[in-house]
Design a protein around this ligand. Structure first.
Ligand code: FES
Length: 85
């Protein structure tokens, strides 16, 4: 299937997570709002929160818990989550 990582089409396999796609293609999932350093998915099971990313436009999503689906948009989260009114 095809997903979009920061706007670029990327092949993904059924059953893999958005975090694994981010690791494979970008090497990180987010930039911290405090130190502005990159963080990468670590535990891959919902404990560390280092995989927070924007998935289908929704920020602060634990990408290790989200299976990919056709057409999904995935992007690194740059800093704090944006609050949309
Ligand atoms: S990789 Fe640790 S919570 Fe997702």
């Amino acid at each position: 299937m095809t997903v979009f990582v920061e706007g670029q089409p990327v092949e993904a396999r059924d059953g893999e997570t958005a975090a694994s796609v981010l690791l494979r293609h970008l090497g990180s999932a987010r930039i911290t709002p405090v130190s502005e350093s990159p963080r990468a998915p670590f535990c891959m099971m919902g404990c560390c929160f280092d995989c927070l990313a924007e998935i289908d436009g929704k920020g602060s999503t634990q990408s290790c818990l989200v299976p990919v689906r056709e057409g999904m948009t995935i992007a690194r989260q740059m800093g704090a989550r944006k609050v949309v009114g």
